[in-house]
Design a protein around this ligand. Sequence first.
Ligand code: PMP
Length: 427
Amino acid sequence: VADHAPVLPVTGHDTLAPLVDGRRVPYANLDVAASAPALQAVADRVAATLPLYASVHRGAGYLSQVSTALYEQARRTIGDFVGAREDDVTIVVRNTTDALNLLAGCVPAATDGTPGRVLVLDVEHHANFLPWQREADATVVTGRDTAAATVQALRDELAAGAAAGRGYALLSVTGASNVTGEALDVAALVAAAHDHGARLLLDGAQLVPHRRFSLEATGVDYVAFSGHKTYAPFGGGALVGRRDWLDTGTPYLAGGGAVRRVRTDATEWHDAPARHEAGSPNVLGAVSLAAACQALAEVDPDELREHEDALRRRLVAGLGAIDGVDVVHLWPDAADTVGVVTFTVAGCDAGLVAAYLSAEHGIGVRDGRFCAHPLLARLGLDGGAVRASVGVGTAGEEVERLVAAVAALVADGPQARYDVVDGLWIV
Ligand code: PMP
C-alpha cells in the first residue's frame, strides 16, 4: 500500500521527527485512535472563527449574536452528521468521557426507585465502564469468542433481566473496540436491546470518525463521540440522542445557562440541551468539531472505508508475518473493523517497542493497556501491548515503515540503549 495517499489533508503531516542518530525523518503518526491530527479544513475554520467569538446566548452585541449563531449552527451540523432524528438532542460536551458521564446521570430509576440497570461488556474503554459502575446498577457481561456469541450473551442477559421483573434501562456498547477496532453488529444490538425494553447507547469514539453512522438509519438511541478523535482539536465532543431522558435527567453541571429561573429557595432547570451545558459554552470546540463533520461528510464513505481498510489489512498481514509478532483479535466474525491494530512482540516489552519505534524510526504508536484493563486482563495482556491506528490522513508509506521497523526490531534488536525511568522507556 506504499502508494496510498491520504484521503484528506491533515495538519502536521510534514512534521519532522528528531532521531537519536541525528537524522530527521517525517513523523509517522500512527496513533490517531488516541487523538487524530486536525484536518486542514478544521484548522482553516478555527482561524476564521477565532476573531468572531464572544459571549454566547447572553450578550446582545453583534459578535455575541454571531457567536451564538455559530454555536447553534455547529450543534445542528454535529447532530446531522450522526443522523439525529427530528426530536433528538445534541449536547455539546468536552469528549466521549464527558458524554457518557452525562448520560449516566440521566438513566431513569427503576419503578421501585432503585437506580436504572445498565448492561455493559468487559471489552469497553473505561469511559464506557466506570460511569455506569459508579452511577448506575451496572452488570458486566464477559465478551465471547465470536461476535455472534457475544451479542447472544447480551441478549440472554437482557431477557433474563426482563423476565425477572428487573429489566435493563440501557445497553451501552462500543461502536468499535479501541483495542482491536472490531465491531459488533449494530442491527443485532438494537434488536436485542429494544426487544427487551432497553435503549442502546453506542460509544462512537472509534466509530464515528471512520464510518458513516446514522442514529436514524440504525435505530440506535444515543451516540457519544470526541472531537479530538474526529480530526478536530481537543475540547469538543457530543452526546446525541433521545430527548426524554435528557430533559429529565440530573443537570450535568450546575451553573449559569442551565436554568430558567433561580430563587434562593428553588431552581427551575432548562430542558436539554441547555440543561446540561452550564457555564460559558465551548464555541470553538463546537465549531471545530462541526467543521470536521462537514469535511468528513463530503468524502465518499466507501472511499474512506476502503482507504482505511487497505491500510489496516496491510498492517495485520505485515505484522502477523513477522516471527514472534501476534496481532490481537476479539471476534473473527466481527461485523466491521476500523483501522486499529494491536500487537505484541515476543520477548519485547510493549513500552520498549513503542520507544524504539519513536526514537529509531520516527513512528508514533500507543502502548499500554488502552484504558481497557478488564479486557487486557482477560486476554492475558496485563503487561500491555502496542497499538497502531490509521485514519483519513494516514499515508500507505507510513504503514509500510511500521511493518519494516518491527521486522528490523525482531531481526536485529534495538540499536540504541534504552532505560526504564519511572516506568517509561527512554533512550
Ligand atoms: N471510548 C473509546 C472507545 C475510546 O477509544 C476512547 C478514547 N481512547 C474513549 C471512549 C474516551 O474518549 P475521550 O478520552 O475523548 O473522552
